[in-house]
Design a protein around this ligand. Structure first.
Ligand SMILES: *[C@@H]1O[C@H](CO)[C@@H](O)[C@H](O)[C@H]1NC(C)=O
Ligand SMILES: *[C@@H]1O[C@H](CO)[C@@H](O)[C@H](O)[C@H]1NC(C)=O
Ligand SMILES: *[C@@H]1O[C@H](CO)[C@@H](O)[C@H](O)[C@H]1NC(C)=O
Ligand SMILES: *[C@@H]1O[C@H](CO)[C@@H](O)[C@H](O)[C@H]1NC(C)=O
Ligand SMILES: *[C@@H]1O[C@H](CO)[C@@H](O)[C@H](O)[C@H]1NC(C)=O
Ligand SMILES: *[C@@H]1O[C@H](CO)[C@@H](O)[C@H](O)[C@H]1NC(C)=O
Ligand SMILES: *[C@@H]1O[C@H](CO)[C@@H](O)[C@H](O)[C@H]1NC(C)=O
Ligand SMILES: *[C@@H]1O[C@H](CO)[C@@H](O)[C@H](O)[C@H]1NC(C)=O
Ligand SMILES: *[C@@H]1O[C@H](CO)[C@@H](O)[C@H](O)[C@H]1NC(C)=O
Length: 400
């Protein structure tokens, strides 16, 4: 017994994190833990998604990583695929030109059969669909381009439709694309044979709110049962809760608005907040949202000087009503947490700090749902756009 305890106390567990940044690279980080101390080191760098990697989509079951290049200074963007090696290095498989500005992608289709990936194109005002072959190869399937008859209420940001994310509903039968420019959440079903998308009636968000990212919640954990959706609006700085109903025969979703509140809950900010990422915790009890530009916190640097930090919000989820109860506002660890993701148990949060060119890992108490202190921080070459856990190769409770 004593021997076992001593062995456990000194065991090293490690997992990989993948980080995309606007300098053109995907960096692999090795996060390891030994006796409560964390170490975060750079192990590999890959430029196959150059010049402006904006998003990573991992296909854990097949050991694949898809990366979108936003094409910040070119007429088009691109989609790249990689196989993930056991040591966390990436091997480039394919590179293909896409409409401009892909910033998010989601895999859909038959879990064990024909699958595809849908991309949301912010700059190109488009949605594109691609067929996947299971080994990282992909081919064009469909494109939708959108226009606005006139700019939205925030004329500078809503000059055109701006597709900002692609997600699936919990059953996988629908694809949803928040459109920041058009104040819509576009909705699609897909054909079992061709994987082609069919556009259905959109959810209309508040004018000028700028819908960006969303997350679904099924209190029972069973897809198709009582369902809620939380939509973060970047321009309004709000989160809206919806009760979601499935219409018959795969004809769409109906949304009933339950509430809208600032993503910073009870706090009034002295700067305009631009919320970015939204996730439900792995235990299905909390909603986490990253806030950018709010500078709500000051954190000490190693040399004792202070830096401004934006924040992460946590809301408790009501399984009875889908309501959000504000739970915590906490330092994100730096500036512009454009993206974050939780380890598979939810005990760590990796935050991608766009304007700090850094990734910070925060501890999180799964029981209380409260985020805690930073346990590791590392600089990367450029403005961070996405940080993803290599769930497939997680070891010893770190990423799994
Ligand atoms: C593990 O950490 C604890 C608390 O910091 C410390 O007391 C102990 O000596 C450490 N054990 C080893 C094997 O380093
Ligand atoms: C993929 O395409 C992008 C954009 O054209 C290019 O910058 C990058 O070098 C390409 N990568 C590979 C591995 O061909
Ligand atoms: C990650 O770091 C741990 C601890 O230093 C080490 O044991 C492991 O081999 C590293 N993994 C890789 C893939 O570098
Ligand atoms: C490149 O971008 C233009 C403008 O958005 C678009 O019409 C064209 O289809 C794109 N090319 C490819 C190969 O996606
Ligand atoms: C995907 O396509 C590549 C190249 O054509 C081929 O080598 C590979 O076997 C295919 N994979 C599957 C699962 O069909
Ligand atoms: C649903 O589809 C089935 C089979 O096509 C049809 O019999 C039924 O009338 C449809 N129901 C509705 C509500 O459209
Ligand atoms: C950041 O806050 C300032 C002050 O409120 C505001 O002028 C600016 O537009 C904000 N930036 C973003 C990206 O929201
Ligand atoms: C503290 O560190 C920061 C960041 O490295 C640096 O910009 C600043 O000048 C340092 N301040 C002092 C007083 O050493
Ligand atoms: C990159 O970060 C800097 C702050 O370090 C910021 O001024 C700049 O707007 C950012 N650019 C992009 C494209 O993210």
């Amino acid at each position: 017994m004593l021997l076992t305890t001593a062995l456990l106390a000194t065991a090293v567990s490690a997992t990989n994190l993948f980080v995309s940044d606007y300098s053109g690279v995907i960096t692999t980080l090795n996060l390891s833990e030994k006796n409560g101390s964390y170490s975060l080191v750079k192990t590999y760098s890959n430029d196959g998604c150059a010049p402006n990697p904006s998003w990573l989509t991992i296909d854990a079951n097949r050991g694949l990583l898809f990366c979108m290049n936003e094409g910040l200074t070119s007429p088009n963007g691109s989609l790249s695929s990689f196989t993930i090696n056991t040591d966390g290095s990436l091997e480039h498989v394919q590179n293909t030109t896409t409409p401009n500005g892909p910033v998010s992608g989601i895999i859909y289709g038959h879990p064990a059969g024909q699958r595809g990936i849908v991309l949301a194109h912010y700059g190109g005002s488009a949605v594109s669909a691609w067929k996947l072959n299971g080994s990282g190869k992909f081919s064009a399937n469909q494109e939708f381009f959108y226009t606005l008859p006139q700019p939205g209420p925030d004329a500078a940001r809503q000059d055109a439709p701006h597709e900002h994310e692609a997600i699936t509903d919990p059953t996988g039968q629908y694809i949803l694309v928040p459109d920041l420019g058009a104040d819509l959440v576009r909705l699609f079903s897909w054909s079992a044979d061709s994987l082609k998308l069919k556009e259905l009636a959109s959810l209309k968000a508040a004018p000028g709110s700028g819908p960006r990212h969303a997350a679904f919640y099924t209190p029972s954990g069973l897809a198709g049962s009582t369902t809620y959706m939380y939509l973060a609006a970047e321009l309004a700085g709000t989160v809206t809760a919806y009760a979601v109903t499935y219409l018959p025969n795969n004809t769409g979703l109906a949304f009933k608005e339950l509430s809208t509140q600032p993503t910073t809950g009870i706090y009034t900010l002295h700067r305009r907040n631009a919320p970015a990422e939204v996730h439900i915790s792995p235990d299905n009890r909390f909603l986490l949202i990253s806030n950018r530009n709010d500078s709500s916190f000051s954190l000490p640097r190693p040399n004792g000087t202070m830096i401004a930090s934006d924040s992460l919000s946590t809301f408790a989820l009501s399984p009875e009503t889908g309501d959000l109860t504000f739970h915590q506002l906490w330092a994100a660890g730096g500036n512009f947490p454009r993206h974050f993701s939780m380890s598979a148990t939810g005990n760590l949060v990796a935050v991608g700090l766009q304007n700090d060119q850094a990734v910070v890992v925060l501890e999180r108490d799964v029981q209380s749902g409260l985020i805690g202190e930073p346990v590791a921080r590392i600089s990367v070459p450029g403005n961070v756009t996405n940080v993803a856990w290599d769930q497939e190769r997680a070891l010893g409770g770190l990423g799994d």
